[in-house]
Design a protein around this ligand. Structure first.
Ligand SMILES: NC(=O)c1ccc[n+]([C@@H]2O[C@H](COP(=O)([O-])OP(=O)(O)OC[C@H]3O[C@@H](n4cnc5c(N)ncnc54)[C@H](OP(=O)(O)O)[C@@H]3O)[C@@H](O)[C@H]2O)c1
Length: 303
């Protein structure tokens, strides 16, 4: 039986617990924490978990940390990723594997994290860090891992593209933001989404994971949402290694018949080209905490 410790009990953490209870009760949660408290025990019951979610506090500070196999990082991203990097290194040193939806560590300290993982012969999976529940890394790992990827293009940030498409359909920016919040697809604070920082973090993880780079967020230029340039435009990540390496993360003006323009406002998408096989395109109509949590659960089962 796989034993897990969950850090972060927000939108994704709550959905992950629902999915485990519904589909994989064989997984054993032995610890959970958030900013307000910690609960850990060999014998956590569903009621303990529900009580903690309702009223987090330090339930078992004095109990020894139970043994677990996988540390699951569903915490909010820190601005510089140092806390995440130090957490993963410490988990690897203790013999734990890591599954994360939090992009900040991997987009700022990729090389350090991967080196520590290799030295300790542990593993880290991070499907949910890019485009939530759209299975980008899983598809490549399981269906095309040995082919050389030459090109990637994707819609990897939902909030900014939702707002662009809503404005193009006649809404004001304020109404578009309000609707995005009401639908639960935009956080209260959306600076990272609109400035393009969230997409840029994902671009770094894609470049490092799929194209063998060792980039850090601070090394790439990126752009964000511009209310003056919404016509036929979307915030995309494009990485091309044909004839030299290029990475773009920002607003792109698309041709009128580009399929991305006719996708739903809430869509995520990814297109890959390879050397030696046909390309692959993935898309989904909607991505939210359930889709993200389902990618996290898959990683937990796979690691
Ligand atoms: N929402 C999505 O669909 C989605 C998609 C892809 C990736 N992600 C990523 O997944 C992560 C979780 O997203 P979310 O929407 O669930 O966020 P959220 O609702 O804001 O929840 C974040 C959780 O992290 C906890 N936390 C923050 N700092 C912590 C720390 N130092 N130690 C322990 N717990 C800490 C918070 O504690 P409190 O409850 O005490 O505040 C909260 O429970 C984020 O990194 C996000 O970028 C989310």
């Amino acid at each position: 039986m796989k034993r897990i410790f969950i850090a972060g009990t927000g939108n994704v953490g709550k959905k992950l617990i629902d999915l485990i209870v519904t589909y994989r009760p064989d997984l054993k949660i032995v610890g959970m924490e958030n900013r307000r408290g910690l609960i850990q025990s060999e014998n956590l019951t569903l009621k303990d978990i529900q009580d903690f979610m309702k009223n987090p506090k330090n339930y078992s500070r004095n109990e020894m940390t139970p043994d677990y196999d996988v540390y699951v990082d569903l915490r909010s991203a820190t601005p510089d990723g140092k806390l995440e990097m130090e957490t993963y290194k410490s988990q690897f040193d203790q013999g734990k594997d890591v599954v994360t939806a939090n992009k900040s560590g991997l987009s700022n300290y990729w090389q350090e994290i991967m080196k520590s993982k290799e030295n300790s012969q542990r593993d880290i999976l991070y499907e949910a860090t890019v485009a939530g529940g759209l299975p980008i890394f899983t598809t490549i790992r399981h269906s095309a891992g040995y082919f050389h990827i030459t090109y990637f293009r994707g819609i990897v940030n939902l909030t900014s593209n939702f707002i662009i498409k809503a404005i193009n359909s006649g809404m004001t920016m304020d109404d578009a933001i309000r609707e995005a919040r009401e639908m639960g697809i935009a956080e209260e604070k959306m600076e990272d989404d609109l400035s393009g920082k969230d997409s840029a973090r994902k671009a770094v993880i894609l470049a490092n994971s799929l194209f063998g780079k060792n980039l850090r967020l601070g090394e790439i230029k990126y752009g964000g949402f511009d209310p003056e340039k919404t016509n036929n435009s979307m915030l995309l990540v494009t990485i091309d290694s044909r004839g030299g390496f290029s990475l773009r993360s920002g607003l792109e003006i698309l041709e009128q018949h580009d399929p991305y323009l006719s996708m739903k406002r809430t869509a995520m998408a990814a297109d890959f080209k390879f050397e030696g096989r046909a390309g692959i395109s993935l898309w989904e109509d909607f991505d939210g905490p359930t889709e993200t949590a389902s990618a996290v659960l898959n990683d937990i089962l796979e690691i």
